[in-house]
Design a protein around this ligand. Structure first.
Ligand SMILES: Cc1cc2nc3c(=O)[nH]c(=O)nc-3n(C[C@H](O)[C@H](O)[C@H](O)COP(=O)(O)OP(=O)(O)OC[C@H]3O[C@@H](n4cnc5c(N)ncnc54)[C@H](O)[C@@H]3O)c2cc1C
Length: 382
């Protein structure tokens, strides 16, 4: 398998890097400290086509491939992991499912504006009593005589929730058989009966706001069902197969930023009469960090290449997400160690990377869930 980027992909990567270094990086520490939603950066992401990277140009998207998406998310996340996940959710968990499962009307009216950055989307699967075991959700959709649905329930930890214009809501629509069935609904946030909590206070990714959303008899017309009625779980799982590639790329960006800073610091800072970089203990840490990052990059690109080939990539996305997220935590941990006390205080960015890395092991399926996905894919062949 060829992982060398094409000329177009290299150009896109350079564009993303220039943008991230010039326009995001100088603000990243302030965004983290103030937990401010980066309105102006999201606007620039839209102008660059980064909010709908895989959406065809007919709808106003950038019409790019998954490899380009990975390269761009890594660059953006190396500057600011919050911005990386804002972008990732709109691309992978909102535009992608609408592109794959949406009706022509949904594509015209909602996907197009979301890809152009005119509206922001989010993804509502998790509930207070149902996280990893998402099928046990309590949110329900009840079919009405006129063909519309009344949706009631709540969804928590919704990234982009406080700023979003639309949300994909997954709800139980049939409990009659042995298997509970779910449906995906496209809901505008100004629908009567839809409310939101204040934003969550979190350990990291402070500028990527999340919240709880509440639906009280929200009327959803039949035209806003995404995919087929009772087939919504497939929509959710297919979205996460793509989303996990984005989170793996976010983890890569965080790790690379921590690594680069640790290497620069190790060359500068002296102990016992020589730079830290000349101490073998530090050299070993740097070697391990680099190998970890390179391995995660290959797994992530592997999953992206398969996605571009239209091949099922559930296994490879889970492998990439599992390894890259745990790698980011390991690398950020070592980077902070190399900085010593200066790593622990917030004068340098490594403590931000250390906090930001942690979430990648949790959202879009925890590491334990990735292991379950991998095992179930492998063992079903035994
Ligand atoms: C900042 C943030 C943003 C998020 N954004 C979104 C979003 O945009 N949309 C959305 O729908 N959700 C979102 N989530 C939710 C996220 O996907 C869930 O938190 C995650 O899936 C885990 O669910 P849970 O928190 O309920 O933990 P639980 O499912 O309660 O799990 C608790 C622990 O038990 C482990 N565990 C559970 N089941 C098993 C098992 N079978 N075997 C082994 N271990 C197991 C888990 O791995 C975990 O360690 C977000 C979460 C956070 C914190």
């Amino acid at each position: 398998m060829d992982f060398d980027p094409t000329e177009d992909q290299k150009f896109l990567q350079q564009t993303a890097r220039d943008f991230a270094v010039r326009e995001i990086l100088p603000k990243a520490a302030e965004l983290d400290k103030s937990a401010r939603w980066p309105t102006e950066i999201v606007q620039r992401l839209s102008e660059l086509g980064f909010m709908g990277m895989a959406v065809p140009s007919d709808y106003g998207g950038a019409g790019l491939d998954a490899v380009s998406y990975v390269l761009a998310i890594e660059e953006v996340s190396a500057a600011c992991a919050s911005t990386g996940v804002i972008m990732s959710v709109n691309n992978s968990l909102f535009c992608d499912p609408l592109l794959k499962f949406g009706s022509p009307e949904q594509k015209q009216n909602v996907l197009g504006p979301a890809a152009r950055g005119e509206v922001l989307g989010c993804f509502g699967l998790t509930e207070p009593m149902s996280g990893s075991d998402a099928q046990t959700m309590a949110t329900v959709g009840q079919l009405q005589p006129d063909g519309s649905w009344l949706v009631t329930g709540s969804k928590n930890f919704i990234t982009n929730g406080p700023a979003a214009d639309y949300i994909l809501i997954f709800a139980v629509t049939d409990r009659s058989g042995p298997k509970v069935k779910h449906t995906c609904f496209l809901v505008p946030v100004d629908a009567p009966g839809f409310t939101r909590s204040p934003k969550d206070e979190k350990l990291g990714i402070h500028a990527a706001h999340s919240c709880t959303v509440y639906l009280e008899n929200v009327r959803v017309p039949a035209s806003m069902v995404v995919g087929r009625v009772d087939d919504g779980f497939k929509v959710a799982m297919a979205s996460l197969d793509g989303g996990r590639i984005g989170i793996a790329a976010q983890a890569l960006g965080i790790a690379r930023a921590a690594y680069d800073k640790a290497v620069a610091y190790a060359k500068e800072r002296k102990a016992f009469g020589k730079p830290l970089a000349e101490l073998q203990a530090i050299q070993f840490m740097i070697s391990d960090m680099l190998v970890d990052i390179e391995a995660a990059r290959l797994l992530t690109l592997h999953a992206a290449v398969l996605k571009d080939e239209g091949v099922r990539h559930t296994l490879e996305s889970a492998e990439a997400k599992l390894f890259a997220s745990e790698m980011a935590t390991r690398v950020a941990h070592k980077a902070l160690q190399i900085f010593g006390g200066y790593g622990y205080i917030n004068e340098y960015d490594v403590e931000r990377h250390y906090r930001d890395a942690r979430i990648t092991e949790i959202y879009e399926g925890t590491s334990e869930i990735q292991r379950l996905v991998i095992a179930s894919m492998m063992l079903k062949e035994v």
